[in-house]
Ligand binder design. Structure first.
Ligand code: COI
Length: 358
């Protein structure tokens, strides 16, 4: 396995760093070290653990013009015996490479990806929060670094991992959803399934509408404007007649690792899972009839967060009045306690980070 070059200045920096005892929030604090790797001449050259700092780019670097970029979101958790464990990092490695293929970028061999994640976690051991549900959030990303304004795939790339001690993504206990009836996030054959910055950039105009309407998250429909796809940064699930429903994966939906994990947990708990098409108008009708009792978002950053209402284009708000969020909260507690090592989860979900003495 290729070694990560450890720079002594990085070790000195991280040794001195302590994390805040107050509410961490999401992505506000960042570890003082990062992983960097360069791709050139058709291969990954070297992996370094460096002090956190700015990346210098020529103004004509391709990523700045054509958005050739991908990223991942993953978490490491402190266990009751103080060990650090990553949650299903192989899934992130695989999804990263799926995104890379779609965006004409080189894959990062799974072993290198996992080793780099493990190294940054090991050196950030003191930065992994202690409170249940909090984590060290890792953000691996890759950008096209070739210089030149011609539109063609870059031949040079930079892979980076930064780490952020994080708590809850949302400040409240539930989210209000704004149904985006006009714009769409993704279309068949496009890049909707890839974790690439452009998908998130495309959601920002609706984010502004969402916030101005007093809501927290945008709900995206498919290109026919009828069926639910996902939220801007997480997947969608709901409970209808006691069964767990979620949109089936297509090339317009991000294949969420939390989504996959929640479905596996639900099946294990003998909850019936239905992956299919969910028409927004039927969902609103089922909420009115009291048959859809819960709805929630799920993702790495957001874990599971209940939806309290849906605001539609006609100005009507549909409240989740019948639900008490029982099933979603049950699944949330279960997932959090597995991640935090309080409860045994399915085989292989937790990936141990080897301790490094420094
Ligand atoms: C994640 O859940 O890790 C994401 O990348 C989505 C974003 C809302 C932070």
């Amino acid at each position: 396995m290729r070694k990560v070059e450890i720079h002594p200045e990085a070790v000195e920096r991280v040794k001195k760093y302590t994390i805040s005892d107050s509410v961490l929030g999401f992505g506000k604090y960042v570890a003082p070290i990062m992983i960097e790797a360069i791709y050139d001449n058709g291969q990954w050259q070297r992996f370094d653990l460096l002090p956190y700092g700015p990346i210098q780019l020529d103004p004509c670097t391709k990523v700045l013009h054509y958005g050739q970029e991908i990223f991942e979101g993953m978490k490491a958790f402190r266990q009751p015996n103080d060990e650090i464990k990553l949650f299903r990092p192989e899934m992130n490695a695989r999804r990263f490479n799926q995104s890379a293929r779609r965006m004409s970028m080189p894959e990062v061999p799974e072993e290198l990806f996992l080793n780099a994640c493990e190294v940054i976690c090991a050196y950030c051991k003191n930065l992994v929060p202690k409170r249940l549900g909090e984590s060290l959030y890792l953000r691996p990303f890759m950008i096209a670094t070739e210089v030149g304004l011609g539109i063609k795939p870059s031949k040079q790339f930079l892979f980076v991992i930064v780490a952020s001690p994080s708590g809850a993504y949302f400040s409240g206990d539930s989210v209000k959803v704004f149904i985006e009836r006009d714009d769409i996030r993704a279309a068949q054959g496009g890049i909707g399934f890839a974790k690439t910055g452009g998908n998130y950039a495309a959601s920002l105009q609706s984010y502004t509408k969402t916030i101005q309407a007093g809501c927290d998250q945008t709900m995206w429909l498919d290109s026919s404007h009828q069926y639910i796809e996902e939220m801007s940064g997480m997947n969608f699930m709901c409970i209808i007649d006691g069964e767990l429903h979620t949109p089936a994966l297509t090339d317009t939906i991000l294949d969420g690792i939390t989504r996959k994990s929640v479905l596996e947990l639900a099946r294990h708990e003998k909850i019936k899972v239905v992956e299919g098409k969910i028409a927004i108008d039927s969902l609103l009708q089922l909420i009115e009839e009291g048959r859809c009792t819960e709805a929630f978002v799920c993702g790495t950053a957001s874990v599971i967060c209940p939806i309290s209402s849906f605001l539609d284009k006609d100005g009507r708000t549909h409240y989740m009045k019948y639900g008490e969020g029982k099933m979603s909260m049950y699944l949330r507690e279960k997932l959090i306690s597995i991640q935090g090592g309080r409860e045994q989860g399915p085989e292989g979900w937790l990936y141990p980070v080897k301790d490094i003495h420094f």
